[in-house]
Write a protein that binds this ligand. Structure first.
Ligand SMILES: *Cc1c(COP(=O)(O)O)cnc(C)c1O
Length: 301
């Protein structure tokens, strides 16, 4: 299968958010609907996988191995991408595999992914060279992809998102950040400032991570970028009733689905900055990148 043309990026719509809550704020919001790309390989995970899969094909690898938690959007997307593009897939899951499998892992298994639960103390070694060498010996045909697709290939793929909004002259691009790989990729090509919302707890944890990403991926930033670390709601995948209420209202009013791990927190934070803190200059036009990953919502039902 022709990977490059298969991965030729689908067109992604930019949609205006006409929300009564934003009236009179002087700020206009639009959203890049990457959640619409593909029902499973959606959002930024599509872009993060693109060059990883192209590399695996070039290296003649027949399988893809990666890491993730039990609700990982990354493993979920990887399993389906493997099925679509004829790679075997291996998912190393943090902790014991839930029995029965949750819907995320069940989907991955159905798409052909071989799942293995990894003891948390070993899982912590997921970026350790020695551990990776052991895995490579055990799975010689596998291309190893870091958790979350957090590598140069992942960032380079995300950089391609700019083509969908570049010509519309926005003042700022907002996104939710886990590993900051998407932000790193966008900053390497963007002329527009970027604002990332950190979804994990930890004082400016992500600012340091993104700086490291530039070094580790061999990329340089071409724009101003900053990280807001105030809207993690207690940590990764932690939620509150207030957050869930915000998401429900947003979805009903705007007819755009969110999930509470990433896009829900970003939009909550952004609305707070716009409507309560008067954070942005008048007449600013902001574009939000919808990260996709809606399957993750099922973990909160
Ligand atoms: C993975 C993911 C992100 C975060 O991307 P990073 O490059 O890790 O910062 C944001 N939103 C959604 C929905 C995701 O699945």
């Amino acid at each position: 299968m022709q990977l490059n043309s298969e991965f030729s990026t689908p067109d992604i719509p930019v949609q205006k958010i006409a929300d009564p809550l934003l009236e009179g704020t002087g700020v206009s919001l639009s959203i890049l609907r990457t959640d619409l790309i593909h029902p499973v390989v959606s959002g930024n995970k599509w872009f993060k996988l693109k060059y990883n899969l192209i590399k695996a094909r070039e290296q003649g690898k027949s399988s893809l191995l990666s890491f993730g938690g039990p609700w990982s959007n990354h493993l979920h997307a990887l399993a389906e991408a493997g099925r679509l593009f004829d790679f075997k897939t291996i998912g190393l899951v943090r902790g014991e595999l839930p029995a029965p499998l949750n819907s995320c892992l069940a989907d991955a298994q159905k798409a052909g992914m071989l799942l293995e639960g990894i003891d948390r103390s070993i899982y912590r070694e997921k970026d350790n060279e020695e551990y990776l060498q052991v895995l490579q010996q055990r799975f010689p045909d596998a291309c190893l992809i870091p958790e979350g697709g957090a590598n140069r290939e992942g960032a380079t793929g995300c950089a391609e998102l700019t083509q969908f909004y570049d010509e519309q002259h926005f003042d700022l691009v907002c996104m939710a950040c886990g590993t900051g790989t998407m932000l790193t990729g966008l900053a390497s090509v963007s002329a527009i400032p970027l604002l990332g919302f950190q979804v994990l707890k930890g004082n400016n944890y992500l600012g340091r991570q993104v700086s490291n990403n530039f070094l580790n991926f061999g990329l340089t930033s071409h724009c101003d970028w900053s990280i807001n670390d105030s809207f993690h709601f207690g940590g990764y995948a932690k939620t509150t009733e207030e957050l869930m209420g915000f998401i429900k209202r947003f979805e009903e009013v705007n007819n755009i689905p969110l999930e509470p791990v990433y896009s829900g927190k970003m939009l909550y934070g952004l609305y707070e900055l716009i409507t309560k803190r008067d954070f942005f200059p008048q007449n600013w036009r902001i574009i939000i990148i919808h990260g996709g990953g809606l399957q993750g919502s099922r973990g909160f039902l």
